[in-house]
Write a protein that binds this ligand. Sequence first.
Ligand SMILES: *Cc1c(COP(=O)(O)O)cnc(C)c1O
Length: 400
Amino acid sequence: MFLSEIQDMDKKYYMDTFGSRIPVAFTKGEGIDLWSTDGEKYTDFFAGIAVNSIGYSHPTFVNMVTKQVSSLIHCSNLYYIESQALLAKELVENSCADKIFFANSGAEANEGAIKLARIYFKKQGNPEKFEIITLQKSFHGRTITTLSATGQEKYSKPFEPLTSGFKKVPINDFSALEAAITENTCAIMLEPVQGESGVYPCDYEYLQNVKKLCEEKKLLLIFDEVQTGVGRTGKLFGYQNYNVEPDIFTLAKALGGGVPIGAICAKEHVAKAFAPGEHGSTFGGNPLACTAGLAVMKIMKEEHLPENAEKLGKYIKSQLENLASTSHPVISEVRAAGLMIGIELNKPIAPIVKTKMFEKKYLIANVGENILRILPPLIITQTDADEFIITLKSAIDEVL
Ligand SMILES: *Cc1c(COP(=O)(O)O)cnc(C)c1O
């Protein structure tokens, strides 16, 4: 089909929640490349918003998922599911969690984590403890409750009244956090590195203090690792960069390699607060999604993708900082955690640079006028990184 035909149908039949999209539709992906309906090849440095971490059409992934599709895609949670048990085991054996529950998206995993925190305190005889402190500029999802947790009014304001019981404090401000705690507080929920708002990492010291505070005040620590999880930040899970173990963390984006899946991962004493019947999902943890998750975890390990993310993240950051201090002072700051990279520009040219990159067949994104955001697949090589830097340099030069 021609792009123009797809665009016409989209305009006529699809809800207009994405505005006018970038004018391209893809039909095929391989490695870090995508091909459009008109046969053009694009290099993907955004990975389906941190989803396609293993790239496209990875043979191990395609094999495992294809086999699963042709044998059994779905059966309900009324029955035992082999790939679900195996993926839960894989996540537990590689993280600080003892128990897992599978959902279908990031928002749904976070929603479940919030339910778990509330019921945990209720069952301890503390029903007054329901308030959760989150961070300004955070992003936790698009359901009413995860919007209520999200610290960006542009997303939540139109949908008021929101779920009550969320307080927002600025990131890396420990005294503000301390001051926000009351006898109603049950948990602190945060992204170890804020993604959607422009890549803002929590400071190492800050998270040490947050963890200590949670222990002292007996609060649950919840990490939203929907974006930071599964290798993105240079460790399998973002919390591992901080030597801080959360009581609950959530996953989604990269876990299924493109097949929708979310996960609530929790310590035993917290997880057991859910009694049979208190949480559930029709699709969550079905054979297809969990086999996809198993394939992703296998590839992460076999190809040392977290290590590659750490190495190439550092490389790209240092190359960009080099540009900043020599030929391209328009780059005012580079924030990175593995291959989660935010490039702050001191001129409002981020949208035009993104468009220039698109013309040069590179997919990246911007946050507002001043931040470029890149989330390449974790399989990139140093050559891929070099080509990206060269292209970005010329894109900026053409804009300035
Ligand atoms: C993307 C994202 C979400 C929402 O995930 P969905 O799958 O879109 O519901 C939640 N939290 C963080 C940190 C995210 O990056």
